[in-house]
Design a protein around this ligand. Structure first.
Ligand SMILES: O=C(O)CCC(=O)C(=O)O
Length: 283
């Protein structure tokens, strides 16, 4: 058994299509009024598939933030075309591929965090609200992840009309060195939605996680799996609402369908190392 595989996606068993898949044994979607310790524990224990917090960010605050954010240009990820983000509002750790891009990532941390905060000022930005709530609610607190290069960025804005192919976010695929440094159980993604198109822009989720070799074959050099027919249908499809916060298991496959208009969300990851340890956040 690979000790890095999150406990929550046990039991592992042989699948008829490709044998190295693992499954989260629940597809339960829970709505809560606010994040609390119990729902976070249930989520990380694998009893909850998706945690939804409707109206997490107030509409007026979103309107105010968007007015400022939309002054910035939408650009592609440096290493993936058609995965849109916003210039000067952060870089994903996924974009780090060599020493110069790593330096760039760390150089932008503080300015990007400040720029996002400023866009929502005088209100609390959704990302700051998430950071505060996780720190207050989680018994051991929540802080930014530090992989040895300093505290990381958190709060990546995604802005795109394009489909996002089924993909998995696993920290060790972005940085193999973490395997020797950290002992973690799983990784979650959080997204707070600022702009949602009238049609499309659905979040599709599979309760399936692929092993590295299989993922590599199916994604065939792309960030995700372009050919969806290689996969079974998603087990859950969610149409996020404006202002909603959604937390899901990012080690499992997930995708976004094409949007009729630009869809904007702010996002980050949570590293879970067990109940006795703090949560760590990054983008
Ligand atoms: O925007 C979403 O609904 C999900 C984004 C996503 O793919 C992720 O957070 O990894």
């Amino acid at each position: 058994m690979n000790k890095l595989l999150p406990k929550i996606i046990e039991p592992r068993f042989l699948n008829t299509i490709i044998k190295s898949r693992t499954y989260l044994p629940t597809t339960e979607i829970i709505r809560v009024d606010s994040l609390n310790y119990q729902c976070l524990c249930d989520f990380f224990d694998g009893k909850i598939f998706v945690l939804r917090v409707p109206k997490f960010c107030d509409n007026n605050i979103i309107k105010h933030g968007l007015k400022n954010i939309q002054k910035h240009e939408i650009i592609d990820y440096s290493n993936v075309v058609e995965v849109g983000k916003i210039r000067d509002l952060g870089m994903a750790y996924y974009e780090v591929k060599d020493r110069p891009s790593k330096n760039l990532y760390y150089e932008q941390v503080t300015t990007s965090i400040n720029a996002l905060r400023k866009a929502f000022c005088p209100f609390l930005s959704p990302i700051d609200k998430i950071r505060l709530l996780l720190d207050e609610q989680w018994e051991r607190g929540a802080s930014r992840l530090n992989l040895g290069g300093g505290n990381m960025f958190v709060g990546l804005m995604r802005a795109s009309e394009e489909e996002l192919f089924p993909h998995e976010d696993k920290l060790e695929r972005d940085d193999r060195n973490v395997i020797s440094k950290f002992n973690y159980m799983t990784q979650a993604a959080f997204n707070c939605y600022l702009k949602i198109p009238e049609t499309g822009g659905a979040l599709q989720l599979w309760n399936t996680s692929l092993e590295d070799d299989e993922y590599k074959i199916l994604s065939d050099g792309c960030y995700g799996i372009k050919n969806k027919s290689l996969l079974p249908p998603p087990v859950v499809t969610i149409y996020p609402e404006v202002g909603e916060l959604i937390i899901f298991h990012s080690r499992c496959l997930h995708a976004i369908t094409k949007s009729s208009k630009t869809r904007i969300g702010v996002s980050g990851f949570i590293l879970y190392q067990g109940k006795e340890k703090p949560l760590h956040l990054w983008s």
